[in-house]
Design a protein around this ligand. Structure first.
Ligand code: PLP
Length: 393
């Protein structure tokens, strides 16, 4: 009997555990300190009212014999797929319902989609990035090549013809940097992927934060992307569904490798291993795309974006280099004075009682950088930025 040996190659996911330990130790010794947490990647505003009433109504339907539903055997109800495809139509993208797979969130699909690829593939992952891409590929024993995000490319690495890759991860707007690719930049990635016969896994979890129509919020706004890209999206950050759980993955019917349809393979995989998202949650998700749902979610996102603007203003006034925070809830800053990410973490916690996330937790290129999240409440963000402006490192 053998366990999966690849798990031995995983690093302990100590980042948030270490943060929590440092914060609780500090709080225990400094009971009067008002600690402001800006490290979280979780939303704080409640669900849109439109979703809450849809969830309640759907729950009531499940309690009536006439309207009760059992298994959803179509990888998502058409009512929700229709809403998703009309949402894409607003982005000038045509998606057929058969290309939409309703999921319980982006994290599971980002990991599960690897089932349909060979473990022999080489995977290209930006550094720094959302750690799930790296860990799920290590679990599968796949060879990982990193593409470097840094100050000089604004944390938006571009393809290198000398590197060959089979699977390419792109996350835009990016976690942790908040950086967003332009259409021209994504076009280069699509051309590179097609030249490599590679598949792009495009993580659009933060697409709703893109407020400039000239910036892509879907990879399918790029010519030929349907020939090479899978898009993974979620209502977690869009509509506060982190605890409610619903997302969607688009696998275009045009996407084929050596004449084999990835859409069919993914359908086969999902039909075998996934029994779908609850009817109640799918109704709640449908309501996100209703007129009321859209205006309520836009309002919540505007609130976070305003928080991000307050952070950006404070950093600009302090002369601290940063990216992100315009079409993203994350601001990625350069630790002042050339100190490392954990030193800056300790400094902020001990001197001004602010908690952020050390950039080194997102990859080696994150060393010397730091993520601040705008998902908190306004008063706290304002107070935190006042403290930052008063105390110079
Ligand atoms: N993708 C990115 C880039 C994220 O930052 C997150 C969550 O933080 C996810 C996916 C996971 O989203 P979900 O809650 O839909 O699983």
């Amino acid at each position: 009997m053998k366990l999966n040996p690849n798990y031995r190659n995983l690093q302990d996911s100590y980042l948030f555990v270490r943060i929590a330990k440092k914060v609780s130790d500090f709080a225990a010794k400094n009971r009067d300190a008002k600690i402001i947490r800006m490290g979280i990647g979780d939303v704080t505003l409640p669900l849109p009212a439109a979703s809450v009433s849809a969830l309640k109504q759907a729950a009531a339907e499940m309690g009536e014999k006439k309207t009760f539903r059992g298994y959803d055997d179509n990888q998502g109800y058409d009512f929700l797929k229709n809403s998703v495809s009309s949402y894409y139509r607003q982005k000038n993208v045509e998606i057929d319902n058969s290309e939409i797979f309703i999921s319980d969130g982006a994290k599971s699909d980002a990991g599960n989609i690897l089932d349909i690829f060979s473990p022999d593939n080489t995977v290209l992952i930006p550094d720094p990035v959302y750690p799930v891409y790296v860990d799920t590929n290590i679990m599968n024993g796949r060879k990982i090549v990193f593409t470097n995000g840094n100050e000089s490319n604004g944390f938006l690495p571009m393809p290198d013809e000398n590197i060959s890759a089979d699977i390419i991860y792109i996350c835009s707007p990016n976690n942790p940097t908040g950086a967003v690719y332009t259409k021209e930049q994504l076009t280069q990635w699509v051309e590179y992927a097609i030249s490599q016969n590679a598949v792009i896994l495009f993580d659009a979890a933060y697409e709703a934060f893109v407020r400039d129509e000239n910036l892509p919020s879907s990879i399918y706004q790029i010519k030929d992307a349907k020939k090479c890209a899978v898009e993974i999206c979620s209502l977690s950050k869009t509509a506060g569904f982190t605890g409610t759980r619903c997302g969607y993955t688009i696998v275009p019917s045009e996407l084929e490798i050596d004449g084999i349809s990835l859409n069919r393979m993914w359908l086969r995989r999902q039909n075998t291993k996934f029994n779908g998202v609850s009817y109640i949650v799918q109704r709640g998700a449908e309501a996100v795309f209703s007129q009321d749902g859209q205006s309520q979610t836009k309002e919540n996102i505007s609130y976070y974006l305003e928080n991000a603007k307050i952070i950006r203003k404070a950093l600009t006034e302090r002369g601290i280099w940063f990216v992100g925070g315009i079409h993203s809830p994350y601001v990625w800053l350069k630790c002042p004075g050339g100190i490392d990410s954990w030193e800056y973490f300790d400094y902020l916690l001990e001197k001004i009682n602010i908690v952020g996330t050390p950039g080194s937790g997102f990859g080696k290129n994150g060393e010397g950088f730091f993520r601040l999240s705008a998902f908190g409440n306004r008063e706290n963000v304002e107070e935190a930025m006042d403290r930052m402006q008063r105390e110079s490192y």
